[in-house]
Design a protein around this ligand. Structure first.
Ligand code: GLN
Length: 486
């Protein structure tokens, strides 16, 4: 069996105790064994992965310097561009799109020696919370394959939880890294807005999107973030804030750390099993020396409507480029009729129902008669929400909430009611609206077998604090060491 952490694997490979090629072979066999029951991968590029692994082994035997991820197999959410590798965002409209360039985050992982093994299934254009909005079908949760792994980065979280890869990338616009990580019992980190370049990420909502790691441990997430973060001339919104060595910042424990808990907000509508795991996690941290502080986020209750107004508005604009001319799919019926008919047919046949719903909602809230009432109002409340957090961070270092109010639900259970699906994002969307970093760490199980995540939200650019607490929590508990039977 493979070492479960990326860092351990890298050390084994660097020491010559195992070859990158053997690791790669093991990973491909594991994917073959479990993917038929998970559907976590949209594409596995065996030849490319083996070639990269061979190159790492050659470097090692030649005595050349190896990067911090040398030989570590990594899976990428299928909305991240890799030159020459089909990238679909799990949409029919991009079913034949092969990017001519690499996403910056991907290029940096590869420069550090990572071996990309393939692309993971996700909700179409990252719109969803269950991975059920995929043109390639839903993904099974490795803990219970008839349940959702969460979304939209469901394939990435399932692949890590099932031991296919120690590390995967996701994207998070309103929770899409953290909620699937919580549902699959692994770690997921959404960095501060601008921390990681978005160049080469197929855009959903550009003021909210961030790329981040999904891993088994906080230390692996810290390593991946250290490798990916930092300014990029190709993304004007990427930050020039210095990037610390996030791994070196681990190990300080939680003594004296102040953890804010918005008790009244959390109490509302949280599943009993989730609530028990959350309370126990807080008690563990308190017993280890953290101070729990009651806080209020008065505008958090508006986060869902604000998010679904802003995200759909931005999506309607971003997705206008899929017109049958420049990328991927064009309706076969495109030649009879006008160019407008061609656009309409292409988009009608190429987009799934949820994506169409969001384009319509977004177009509506941006339209002349409704802009002030919806879009502008949402932006104003977004500012109030951001100041709620600013105020909280005068008294505390992080804010704790469950990642999701509910445990992983059964596939099909919520597809008929989009509003129910949206409401389950209640604890994750505000970090994106405020631009703040947030992490989900495994903190127990509901109903026996269903993973629960503890979410911590931090100050701008203070991922180090989130990783430090998550790492300390891992030393105090063994939830992150549990693996599903699959
Ligand atoms: N579940 C949220 C949505 O459907 C968030 C998605 C995401 O973070 N990409 O929009």
């Amino acid at each position: 069996m493979l070492p479960s952490s990326a860092r351990a694997l890298r050390d084994e490979i660097a020491a010559g105790r195992v070859s990158a090629v053997d690791v790669c072979g093991e990973v491909l066999r594991r994917i073959d064994a479990v993917n038929p029951s998970l559907n976590a991968f949209n594409l596995v590029d065996r030849d490319r992965a083996r070639a990269r692994a061979r190159a790492i082994d050659r470097r090692r035997t030649a005595g050349e310097a190896l990067g911090p991820l040398a030989g570590v197999p990594v899976a990428l959410k299928d909305n991240l561009c890799v030159r020459g590798m089909r990238t679909t965002a799990s949409s029919r409209i991009l079913e034949r799109f092969v990017p001519p360039y690499d996403a910056t985050a991907v290029a940096r992982l590869e420069a550090a020696g990572a071996v990309i093994v393939g692309k993971t299934n996700c909700d179409e254009f990252a719109m969803g919370s269950s991975n059920e909005n995929s043109a390639f079908g839903p993904v099974g949760n490795p803990w219970a394959t008839d349940r959702t792994p969460g979304g939209s980065s469901g394939g990435s979280a399932a692949a890590v939880a099932a031991g296919c890869v120690p590390l995967a990338l996701g994207s998070d616009t309103g929770g899409s890294i953290r909620q699937p990580a919580a549902f699959c019992g692994v770690v997921g980190l959404k960095p501060t807005y601008g921390r990681v370049s978005r160049y080469g990420l197929l855009a959903f909502a550009s003021s909210l999107d961030q790329i981040g790691p999904i891993a088994r441990t906080a230390a692996d997430a810290a390593l991946a973030l250290t490798v990916m973060a930092g300014a990029d001339p190709a993304d004007a919104t990427s930050s020039r804030e210095p990037v610390p060595d996030f791994v070196a910042a681990l190990g300080d424990g939680v003594a004296g750390v102040r953890i804010g808990v918005p008790g009244a907000f959390v109490a509302e509508g949280v599943d009993a099993g989730v609530g028990r795991a959350f309370d126990a996690a807080l008690e563990t941290l308190r017993a280890a020396g953290a101070a729990l502080v009651d806080i209020e986020l008065p505008h958090a209750k508006y986060a869902i409507p604000v998010y679904y107004l802003i995200a759909t508005a931005e999506a309607s604009s971003n997705l206008a480029r899929y017109d049958g001319v420049r990328y991927g799919y064009r309706s076969p019926r495109a030649s009879d009729g006008t160019v407008r008919d061609m656009y309409a047919r292409t988009r009608d046949e190429g987009f799934g129902a949820e994506v169409k719903r969001r384009i319509m909602l977004g177009t509506y809230v941006l339209s002349a008669g409704y802009y002030d009432a919806f879009y502008l109002k949402a932006q104003q409340v977004r500012t109030l929400l951001r100041s709620d957090y600013q105020r909280a961070f005068e008294a505390v270092d992080v804010v704790a909430m469950p990642t999701s109010p509910i445990p992983p639900f059964t596939l099909g259970e919520k597809t008929a009611d989009p509003l129910q699906m949206y409401l389950a994002d209640v604890f994750t969307v505000s970090a994106n609206l405020a631009g703040l970093p947030a992490i989900s760490v495994p903190c127990g199980f509901a109903d026996g077998q269903l993973p629960v995540g503890l979410q911590l939200t931090g100050r701008m650019f203070d991922e180090a604090m989130l990783l430090r607490i998550a790492d300390a929590f891992e030393r105090l508990t063994d939830w992150h060491r549990r693996t599903p039977a699959i």
